[in-house]
Design a protein around this ligand. Sequence first.
Ligand SMILES: CCCCCCCCCCCCCCCCCCCC(=O)SCCNC(=O)CCNC(=O)[C@H](O)C(C)(C)COP(=O)(O)OP(=O)(O)OC[C@H]1O[C@@H](n2cnc3c(N)ncnc32)[C@H](O)[C@@H]1OP(=O)(O)O
Ligand SMILES: NC(=O)C1=CN([C@@H]2O[C@H](COP(=O)(O)OP(=O)(O)OC[C@H]3O[C@@H](n4cnc5c(N)ncnc54)[C@H](OP(=O)(O)O)[C@@H]3O)[C@@H](O)[C@H]2O)C=CC1
Length: 551
Amino acid sequence: MSTELSEAGNLDGSLEQAADGQTGLTDICSGTAGSRMASVAEYYAGKNVLITGATGFMGKVLVEKLLRSCPEVKALYILVRPKAGQSMQQRVSDMMKCKLFDRVREDNPDFHQKIIPISSELMQPGLAISPEDVEKLTACINIVFHCAATIRFDEPLKHALQLNVIATQQLLGLAQQMHHLEAFIHISTAYANCNRKYIDEVIYPPPVEPKKLIESLEWMDDGIVRDITPRLIGNRPNTYTYTKALAEYVVQQEQDKLNIGIIRPSIVGASWQEPFPGWIDNFNGPSGVFIAAGKGILRTMRANNDAVADLIPVDVVINLTLAAGWYTAVHRPKTALVYNCTTGGINPFHWGEIEHHVMSSFKRNPLEQAFRRPNANITSNYLINQYWILVSHKFPALIYDLFLRLSGQKPQMMRIFNRLHKAISLLEYFSSQDWEWNSENMSMLMSQLTSEDRKTFNFDVRQLNWPEYIENYCIGTKKYVLNEDMSDIPAARQHLRKLRNIRYTFNTLLVVFIWRVFIARSQMARNIWYFVVSLCFKFLSYFRASSTLTN
Ligand SMILES: CCCCCCCCCCCCCCCCCCCC(=O)SCCNC(=O)CCNC(=O)[C@H](O)C(C)(C)COP(=O)(O)OP(=O)(O)OC[C@H]1O[C@@H](n2cnc3c(N)ncnc32)[C@H](O)[C@@H]1OP(=O)(O)O
Ligand SMILES: NC(=O)C1=CN([C@@H]2O[C@H](COP(=O)(O)OP(=O)(O)OC[C@H]3O[C@@H](n4cnc5c(N)ncnc54)[C@H](OP(=O)(O)O)[C@@H]3O)[C@@H](O)[C@H]2O)C=CC1
C-alpha cells in the first residue's frame, strides 16, 4: 500500500508544474506604482485581521506586535479552542495577562478590546466555527495569518495531516468566502524541503498528491498508517516536515483566487529585541537543549561543530510576516511569494559557536538547582557520543537514583534522561548537517520598506550580534520559561561551587578506591606504586636541596 501511495504521488505529472510557480520579481507586481504607498502600520489601520495559532509561541508574538506597532488596527479575530479544562475565554484572558503583553498594556490598558476570540477546533469539519461566526468573519476579515500547526516531530501521520494539511485546506475555503480579503499569509517552515540541500524560494512538487493521500489514509487504521509512514515520508525525518511540504502545495493551489504569501522560518528562537530581548516561552527546538545543558543534565549531543545553526529570532520572523502581509495586500503578486526567513546565508553562526556561548553564558548566569555544573560538548562522532552518554548521563543517573532510593524517595533521573534522549534523537537530524536557503525575497521585501518601517519592523539579520543574542536567549530561558529570579544568581553560583566540591571529592574517592582495589590484588600495581612514590620523594628532596643552595 505504501508503494502505491508514494508512486501515485511521484507519477502525477501535473505536480511537477508546481515548481513553475516561481516568477521573476520584476514581473510579479501590479497596481500601486507611482502612488504614495501606505507604510506598514498605515496599511493595518482599520483592518480586521484573522489569526490562527494565536495562543502558540509565534502567534502570541504576532498579536503583541500588531497591537503595539499597528495601534490603529481595527480588530484581531483569533481562532481558539478550549483546552486542558480551560474555556476559550479563560485561555485568552490568561494569555493577555502574560508578561509578553506588558509593553502593550502600558501603551493601551484596554488593548484586550481589540482581541475577539472565535471558538474553533481546527481538527473538526468546518473548523468547528459556528455559522454566526462564519458570517461575521466572511463579512469583515481583510487579512489572514495562518500560524496554527502541530509542530511535534513524533506526531502520527493522520493527525499531522489533519491539522497541517486538511485544516489549511478548510481555512483556504473559508478565506475564499471572505468578501474583503486582501492577503492570506501562511506560515510554513524552512525545513519543509529538508530533503534538499539547496532550497529556493519556490514551492517544490509535493512528495504525493495531498488529495490522494487523504483519501487513502481515510480507510486505514492507525496501525497500518504507522507501518507505512516511514515509506511515505521517505527522506524527510518526520511527519511534521512532510505535512508542511504538502500544506505549501495546497496553499499554492489557491494562488489564482487569493493573494498569498508563504513564510518559511528556520529554527525560531527567543526574541532578539522585541518586546524584550530573550523572550521565549517553550522547550521547543534549541530552547529545551539549552535548558537541559544549563541544568547540567545534558552533557553530550550529536551535532556538527562546523554546520551552520540556522536560528532566527521570533521577532524577526514576525516583523517579516507583517511586512509580507502588507506587501501581499498592497502589491498583489500574481503568484504566491515564498520568503525563506533564515540567517545562514546572511549572517552565519555555527553549532560549535553556539555550544561555546551557551556554556559560558550559563556559567555566568547559572540556572537554579543545577544537577551538575554545566559542561556540555557536541560531537559528530556516534561512538564518542555513545561513550559520553554512558559515562556522563547514564552512570550519574544511576548513582543519583540509587541515592534517591536509599533516602526513601522515588528514583527519577533515569526516566528524565530517557525522555531527554528521545527528544534529542529527534533534533539531531537538524544539528548534524546544514542547508543553503536562497533568501532573495527577504532582501527584496526589505528594499520595499520605508526607512522608518525598516526600523519598526526590523528583520535585517545582518545587525544580529550572535554572542549577545545567545546570552539574552539563555537568560530568557531562565526568566521566562523556568520563571527563575535573576536576584537568585548568587545562590545559584554558590550551588555550582558546592557541586564542584562534590565532584572533586567524588573523583578523589574514586581514584583512591580503584587504587586500593588494584594494590590489594596485584603485586605489579604495588611495585608501580612504590616506584612512583619513591620517584616523587627523590624529586622533592632534589627540589628542596637545590632551593637551599640558591638561598
Ligand atoms: C550541548 C549543548 C550546547 C548546545 C549546542 C547545540 C544545540 C543543538 C540544538 C539542536 C536543536 C535543533 C533544533 C532543530 C529544530 C528544527 C526545527 C524545524 C523548525 C520547525 O519548523 S518546528 C519547531 C520545532 N519543533 C519542535 O522542536 C518540537 C519538538 N518536540 C517534540 O516533537 C516533542 O515535544 C517531543 C520532543 C517528542 C517530546 O514529546 P513528549 O515526550 O510527548 O513530551 P511533551 O511534548 O508532551 O513534553 C513533555 C514535557 O517536556 C517538556 N519538553 C518538551 N520538549 C523538551 C525538550 N526538548 N527538552 C526538555 N523538555 C522538553 C515539555 O515542555 C513538557 O513539559 P510539561 O511541564 O508541560 O510537562
Ligand atoms: N517554532 C519553530 O521553531 C518554528 C515554527 N514554524 C511554524 O510556525 C507556526 C507556529 O509555530 P509555533 O508557534 O512554534 O507553534 P506552537 O505549537 O507554539 O503553536 C501552535 C498553535 O496552533 C494551535 N493549534 C494546534 N492544534 C490546534 C487545533 N486542533 N485547533 C486549533 N488550534 C490548534 C495551538 O493552539 P493551542 O494553544 O490550543 O494548542 C497553538 O496556538 C507553525 O505553523 C510552525 O510550523 C516554522 C518554523 C519554525
